[in-house]
Structure formats: C-alpha cells, structure tokens
Ligand binder design. Sequence first.
Ligand SMILES: [Zn+2]
Ligand SMILES: [Zn+2]
Length: 258
Amino acid sequence: MGNIKFIGTGSGKTSLKRFHSSFLISTVDYNLLVDAGDGVSKALLAQNVDYNSINGILFSHLHPDHYTGLAALIVQMKMQNRKVKLDIYVHKNLSNTLESFLINSYLFPEGMGFEITYHQFDDDKNFAVGKNIQIRSRQNSHLKNASNLPGYKDKSFSCSSFLFNINGNMIHYTGDIGCADDLLLFKEFDSNYLITEVTHIQFSELLELIGKEISPGKIILTHLSDGDNMLFEEKIKTLSMELSEKFIIAFDGMTFDI
Ligand SMILES: [Zn+2]
Ligand SMILES: [Zn+2]
C-alpha cells in the first residue's frame, strides 16, 4: 500500500491559494518527493509532512517553481538534525547544476551532518527507488524554445516526463510540457493515472486525445493558476458522465491511495 499526496498544485505564478507543483509518493519503505520548487518547505509544513521522512527527491526540470526550494529544504533538514542520507534523482545532464546550486548556497557536504547521494537517471531507462517504485523518464518539449536561444548552447535544457510504476499502478506524470503531443510520450503503456499539467496545453487538446490516443483510468489536472479551478469545473461539466468522472482537479493536500 502507498499513497500520493499533492504538496503543491500551483503553476509557475506564485499564489496564496496553491503552492508550486510538487507531490509526495509514500510507499512502505520509501518516501519520494517529486519536484521541490520555491516555497516547498512551507508547503510541506502546511501538509504536516516531516522533512526527515523524505528519503529522496526527484526533479523534472530546473524552472524555479520545480527546484529552487531544494536549498531551503535541505537547511530545514539540517536544522532538524537529519542523519539519514538523502537521495537526489536528477537527469544526468542537470546533476552538476544541482550540485553547484547547493554548494553556492553554502551547503557543503562536509558540514551537512547527513549524506546526499546523487543518482543520475538517463532517458528511457528504468530505475528503482526503494522496493516498490519503478521510474522511467522521457524528454518532452517544454524547454524547446529556450534551447533555441543562441548563446546558451552549453546549457542543458533537459525536461523530463515520468512514468511511475508503483505497486503495479502505472502513473504518467507529465511534469511541465511544451505541447499536447507530449501527452503521448508513454502512449504504449496503459496508465491508471495521468497527472497532467494544464498551463502549457489547452484542455480541448487534452480532450481530443482521450479515448483515441490514450485511455488513462483517471486524469488529474495540476499546475493550476488562480481561477483555473472554476474554469475547469465548467469545462468538465459539459462532458459526458463517463468522461467527466475520469477528471480530478488537484488541490494542495489531495491524497489518493495507490
Ligand atoms: Zn512549472
Ligand atoms: Zn517549467
């Protein structure tokens, strides 16, 4: 048994209603935080999550609403006298950037009091996190425009979508994406849940694919701006009963069993 708890369901726009997008996967032997954007320490506090219960953190990409809370979170762990090691799962092209972010935040391994282990993942290779979580990443087009800017060719614009297999439940988490085609990245897998961001795609584009290209059991909408809640509620109301029952609009603190 395990569950997923949404720590934040907001978009890149800072809001008083939602923290930035992040969720916590809890399994019998391992608790994995997915993304740790600005304010994640406060978001975890708001959800009564003990910082030191987190075994590892997985990163989708390095936009501030997905990673800059890491340094402050590690400071909190340190202040709580953490002793157990912290795993960081990051794409191989982003690992150095993340490591130097911590060093430049004066978080040196020597003074940490606990070990941080970097696990670099590569595209389309399964990796295990604890005994019950299997993860596969694929690159999406979210940072395509940035990667075309001249002058930043040395930067990595890696941005991952993930397929989680947790206790046999297949969960496709889009992370931030660039276009509706990114929703098809794991189309050969039957996902029980599609957790999709809805900032960078149109709801109508998502609808066009459901039941035709992909047929997830449930579709959880996240990465929401203020006002999106009502907007999506209205749109979902217009759907057939069968289709509308598939949709869940995420909110901070929302938890479901897996
Ligand atoms: Zn984002
Ligand atoms: Zn982003």
